[in-house]
Design a protein around this ligand. Structure first.
Ligand SMILES: *Cc1c(COP(=O)(O)O)cnc(C)c1O
Length: 371
């Protein structure tokens, strides 16, 4: 790290900042192992790619690139509100839900005074953005079966806790707590603390109604829900996510964010994605079927497979095979999955659900390696 220079000194939080660790890219692996074909099951992207209708719109919208988008993307905000049967005043759209996470930290928590609480391990952006903001980050270890120890979490909450982040379904385990658990947590938290439920993967759940508080959002004054276009809508590269929030928070987020953080093509694409429910439903069906198929296939091969409600499964290889060895061997065969070292789960891998064909090829590759 070259942090030493003659310029102004960096803040301590910036000096010691270690960035988000993304999945490897297809081109990287093609080059490293001289492969023609690489299958990426590492970043929970949409197995069906981009909706054909979105692709059409992107082709014809390039000519708008010289224009600034409308600040606050009001058309998309209204479309999202309609999609969830909520008023537009409860929606804040961002450059991925990552931006909403970052903004919530910065509008709610004072550095050196307030704290933020989450489970451990958790989606690393919560910790990273808290750290960059200079805000204390507290974590309660998940139970051995990766379910949520609410008592431990609540014991970390005090009068200075401004946010509790919970991911449901959870990343990387795929665990999805029942809605009643979340309701109890929301009611147990002091009103000075916002419960943020990150539902990036909720639409892949077999029974959304039993697991999401979204339909009842307005009953809870201290509840926010995050959703994204990156997974089920297939727009990870365009960066659109949103928060469904109490009005005063949606209002402040749309006032403090950089004016054009959602670009004009991303807005067009997201608007069209919301209209292409055929593609969306096909995605959900593909993921749900693939998840069932791949989970049972992996179990047949002797893997431990955590029950998942997301578009990925977390697995532990059989016969004492180290997860990292399997990861390397899969790379050589042209399959990229996600090692979980950065989550502190060295024994496990996370595998995104692909197309039926990709899932089959992946299972075959595992079978060959395990022998
Ligand atoms: C993928 C993911 C997101 C989505 O992030 P975007 O910035 O919207 O792409 C949010 N939370 C979790 C837990 C995720 O895994």
């Amino acid at each position: 790290m070259n942090s030493k220079s003659n310029g102004p000194e960096l803040r301590a939080a910036a000096r010691s900042f270690s960035p988000y660790v993304p999945g490897l890219s297809i081109d990287e692996i093609k080059e490293r192992y001289s492969l023609n074909q690489v299958i990426k099951l590492a970043s929970n992207e949409n197995p069906l790619g981009v909706s054909p209708k979105v692709l059409e719109v992107l082709k014809t919208s390039g000519c708008l690139s010289f224009r600034y988008p409308q600040s606050g993307v009001p058309r998309l905000t209204r479309a999202i509100a309609t999609h969830h049967h909520l008023p537009a005043s409860m929606v804040a759209v961002g450059n991925g839900s990552d931006e909403i996470i970052d903004l919530l930290v910065r509008v709610l928590a004072d550095p050196g005074r307030h704290n933020i609480v989450a489970f451990k391990p958790c989606f690393s952006i919560y910790r990273l953005q808290a750290k960059l903001a200079g805000v204390e980050f507290r974590q309660a270890p998940l139970k051995p079966d990766f379910s949520f120890p609410w008592e431990e979490l609540l014991s970390l909450v005090d009068a200075n806790t401004r946010i509790v982040f919970v991911t449901s379904p959870d990343n990387p385990s795929g665990y999805c707590p029942p809605a009643e658990e979340l309701e109890r947590a929301a009611r147990a938290l002091p009103s000075s603390c916002l419960l943020v439920i990150d539902e990036a993967y909720m639409d892949f759940c077999d029974d959304e109604a039993a697991h999401s508080l979204l339909p009842r959002l307005r009953e809870f004054p201290n509840l926010a829900i995050l959703r994204t276009f990156s997974k089920s809508f297939g727009l990870a590269g365009l960066r659109v996510g949103y928060g469904l929030l109490p009005e005063y928070l949606a209002d402040v987020l749309t006032r403090v964010h950089l004016p054009f953080s959602v670009n004009i093509l991303a807005e067009q694409a997201a608007l069209t994605a919301l209209e292409d429910m055929d593609f969306y439903e096909k995605t959900l069906a593909t993921v749900r079927e693939g998840r069932k198929m791949l989970s049972s296939k992996m179990r047949e091969l002797g893997f431990e497979v955590l029950p998942s409600q997301a578009n990925f499964i977390m697995v532990r290889p059989p016969n004492g095979l180290a997860a990292n060895d399997l990861f390397e061997k899969l790379l050589q065969k042209g399959f990229i999955v996600r090692p979980l070292k950065s989550y502190g789960l060295d024994a496990y891998l996370r595998v995104s659900i692909g197309t039926p064909e990709e899932n089959l090829l992946y299972a075959q590759a595992c079978e060959e390696i395990i022998g």
